[in-house]
Design a protein around this ligand. Structure first.
Ligand SMILES: CCCCCCCCCCCCC/C=C/[C@@H](O)[C@H](COP(=O)(O)O)NC(=O)CCCCC
Ligand SMILES: Nc1ncnc2c1ncn2[C@@H]1O[C@H](COP(=O)(O)OP(=O)(O)O)[C@@H](O)[C@H]1O
Ligand SMILES: [Ca+2]
Length: 532
């Protein structure tokens, strides 16, 4: 039986027969274990191992050294030192246990050293990143949910802005790039940022991606402003109405864990609230894609890879930042304005896929195309809103409903009909549960910004030019073999095709490293079939 494994997906090689997760090892001089990534169903990765027997101890050592050299050569970009932040209260409060039992042994196996910070309050991670000594750190790891990721992202953005001498309160300031990437070990309630970037919310899959230095494209970021002041950044959902109300209510029931979203979701759905206001947004010109083109952002996505150059070309669109804040550019052709009563106003930079909705709020949104999708759900009956929600869980098109509109945008303004200080007087005094469910809508909802409640209604959202990097930093260009990521451009190299006896059958030049990284491990002795 032969097994082909790309070198980039070998985690390590150890002498003897070793079971890393059960911490069992049997030492024998003529045996060694190769640990590698195995792809299983639905984008999941697991750690697999194969045990090899060589003819003698010397040959074993030779193969161990040889394979380790290869890993070093091709895995040069792998992280060596990581700064890990664990939210012990995220999701089902299992962050610390997940890290200790599933992740730390993998990092140890891969020779990665970690500095672990278990947070003891909200914003602990953000504040720590602002001040920490990041010298020699190859990446940050977030063990938690979207809220925890958001904390790390705010810390990293704040730190980079500070180092670049950029005032974080300047509404026109662009983001300065950080050399660090953030890896996510999902241990939260929704884990949508992990799910949408990795394809699954599985701690071991994420850890293996971090070890082999998989990278997602640098991700689109929005800045959210209130009264011309930047208040937060977002990478996934900025939602008003339904998702704002669910989040606000669910915060009161954190003790329930992830199920709080189901509880508050049902409550919010039954209350069937809608909110009046004006949505103004700048639709994307030169569209190469649209929210209903039924594409999925996948590895080597062309739309995303071209986005950097497109953002440069679009720079004139961004140069009118001052008029953006006064709203005067709303007269331009690409600005649209919709007045009305809305059940939900959702803007999402990425698909916002999560286990509840495997295709997400906007299935064809792109991770790094410089745009966000705006979904407007106008006032409708409970039955229709349920139809809309249900379509997030099946293959039916949630935008193919007469009360739903979707646009690809880069900026958004929302102004509620009534001043924020003034609530409608129509709120009923009925105190019963059903009375509260059936009362008229209040004037305002709140915004759900990547799982954090923003306590105001009037906001503007703007796509930032720079992006946040996911995965871990690559120190030199390399080729990553994973379903998400395409092969990069590397110099050509020779590939030799050999038969089992070692005779060269064919020789050719390959531009793509993928072709020259397959090694064949044979059960008796190992033949390295690859020359590069
Ligand atoms: C009849 C079945 C209806 C099912 C409806 C499913 C709709 C699901 C859409 C999910 C969108 C998720 C957008 C992501 C939001 C997260 O950032 C946020 C915080 O996550 P975390 O920090 O990990 O807790 N989660 C939410 O706002 C929860 C939304 C749940 C809505 C039911
Ligand atoms: N030690 C802590 N105590 C309380 N809150 C914390 C702590 N560490 C982080 N947080 C906050 O908890 C919030 C939710 O965290 P998250 O990991 O996203 O879990 P969940 O997905 O369950 O919401 C985040 O906003 C984060 O700032
Ligand atoms: Ca996008």
């Amino acid at each position: 039986r032969t097994t082909s494994i790309p070198v980039t997906e070998i985690i390590n090689v150890k002498e003897g027969m070793v079971d890393i997760l059960r911490q069992i090892s049997v030492m024998a001089e003529d045996i060694f274990t190769v640990f590698y990534v195995k792809r299983v169903k639905g984008q999941r990765w697991v750690l697999n191992s194969s045990v090899f027997t060589a003819e003698d101890a010397q040959l074993t050592q030779k193969w161990i050294r040889h394979l380790q050299d290869r890993i070093k050569y091709y895995g040069g970009a792998r992280p060596k030192r990581l700064l890990v932040y664990i939210n012990p209260f995220g999701g089902r409060c299992r962050g610390q246990r997940i890290f200790d039992t599933k992740i730390a042994p993998l990092f140890r196996l891969a020779g990665i050293s970690t500095q672990v910070v278990e947070t003891d309050r909200a914003n602990h991670a953000r504040d720590h990143i602002m001040e920490a000594d990041l010298e020699g750190i190859d990446g940050l790891v977030c063990v938690g949910g979207d809220g925890m990721f958001s904390e790390l992202m705010h810390g990293l953005i704040g730190r980079s802005q500070k180092e670049a001498g950029i005032c974080v309160d300047d509404p026109n300031a662009e983001l300065s790039a950080s050399h660090l990437r953030i890896g996510i070990i999902p241990a939260g309630s929704t884990d949508c940022i992990c799910f949408a970037t990795v394809g699954v919310n599985d701690p071991m899959t994420s850890a293996l991606h971090i070890i082999v230095a998989s990278t997602a494209p640098p991700e689109d970021v929005c800045s959210v402003h209130h009264q011309n002041q930047p208040v937060r950044y977002s990478v996934s959902l900025v939602g008003y109405g339904f998702f704002g109300d669910v989040l606000k209510d669910s915060d009161k029931h954190r003790w329930m864990g992830p199920i709080r979203y189901d509880y508050s979701g049902v409550k919010t759905f039954l209350s069937n609230k809608s909110y009046e206001g004006k949505v103004e947004f700048q639709v994307v010109k030169n569209v190469q894609s649209n929210p209903r083109d039924n594409t999925r952002c996948r590895s080597g996505c062309l739309i995303c890879s071209e986005s950097t150059s497109r953002l440069k070309l679009d720079s004139e669109d961004w140069s009118d930042a001052s008029s953006w804040f006064t709203g005067s550019s709303t007269n331009g052709d690409d600005w649209l304005s919709v007045d009305g009563r809305f059940m939900a106003i959702n803007m999402t930079c990425i698909s916002s896929a999560c286990p509840k909705s495997p295709d997400g709020l906007s299935p064809s949104a792109h991770l790094a195309d410089g745009t966000a999708d705006l979904i407007l759900v106008r006032k409708c009956s409970r039955f229709n809103f349920l139809r809309y929600l249900k379509r997030h869980t099946n293959k039916n098109d949630q935008f193919d409903l007469p009360f739903v509109d979707v646009y690809r945008v880069k900026t958004l303004w929302f102004t509620p009909k009534y001043h924020e200080e003034e609530e409608l007087g129509s709120v009923s005094d009925r105190k019963s549960f059903f009375g509260r469910l059936c009362r008229d809508s209040p004037a305002h909802s709140c915004w759900n910004c990547d799982g954090e409640v923003l306590p105001y209604s009037t906001i503007s959202i703007r796509k930032k030019k720079k992006k946040v990097k996911f995965g871990l930093r690559l120190k030199k260009p390399t080729c990553i073999l994973s379903p998400q990521f395409s092969c990069c451009k590397r110099p050509t190299c020779n590939v030799f095709w050999q038969d089992k006896a070692g005779n060269i059958l064919k020789k050719h030049q390959a531009a793509c490293l993928v072709h020259c990284q397959l090694i064949k491990l044979f059960a008796r002795g190992i033949e390295d079939r690859q020359t590069g």
